[in-house]
Design a protein. Structure first.
Length: 118
C-alpha cells in the first residue's frame, strides 16, 4: 500500500505561481512513476505532468508545457509541481498519483484545490 499526501494548493491571481508538494510513504518502488493530475468541475481527470523516481525523466501535458515544472527529492520521498503563469483554466483539484504508467495511477492522494482568479 502507498500513501500520498498533497499540499500547497490555494487561491492565486492569473499570472501568479504556486508550488504543490506530494509526500509518498508506504510501499514505494524506485521503478515507479509519480504524476500530477487535475480534475475541473464537470470534466474528467487529466494528466498534467509525470516524473520517474529512478532517473527523473519527465513528461508534460501540452497545456502546461513551459509553465509547469515537476521535480523530485528522493531522500524526502517528495514530488513537487511548480506552477507558473497560472491561468483561470488551470483551476481544478490537483491529485498526486503513482504507478507504472505516466497516464494511469494505481494510488491517489486526497487532492488539493487550486483556484486561479481572472
Amino acid at each position: 500500500q502507498v500513501q500520498l499526501v498533497e499540499s500547497g494548493g490555494g487561491l492565486v491571481q492569473a499570472g501568479g505561481s504556486l508550488r504543490l508538494s506530494c509526500v509518498a510513504s508506504g510501499r514505494t518502488f524506485s521503478s515507479a512513476i509519480m504524476g500530477w493530475f487535475r480534475q475541473a468541475p464537470g470534466k474528467e481527470r487529466e494528466f498534467v505532468a509525470g516524473i520517474t523516481w529512478r532517473n527523473g525523466y519527465t513528461r508534460y501535458a501540452d497545456s502546461v508545457k513551459g509553465r509547469f515544472a515537476i521535480s523530485r527529492d528522493n531522500a524526502k520521498n517528495t514530488v513537487y509541481l511548480q506552477m507558473n503563469s497560472l491561468k483561470p483554466e488551470d483551476t481544478a483539484i490537483y491529485y498526486c498519483g503513482t504507478g507504472s504508467s505516466f497516464y494511469k495511477s494505481d494510488y491517489w492522494g486526497q487532492g488539493t484545490q487550486v483556484t486561479v482568479s481572472s
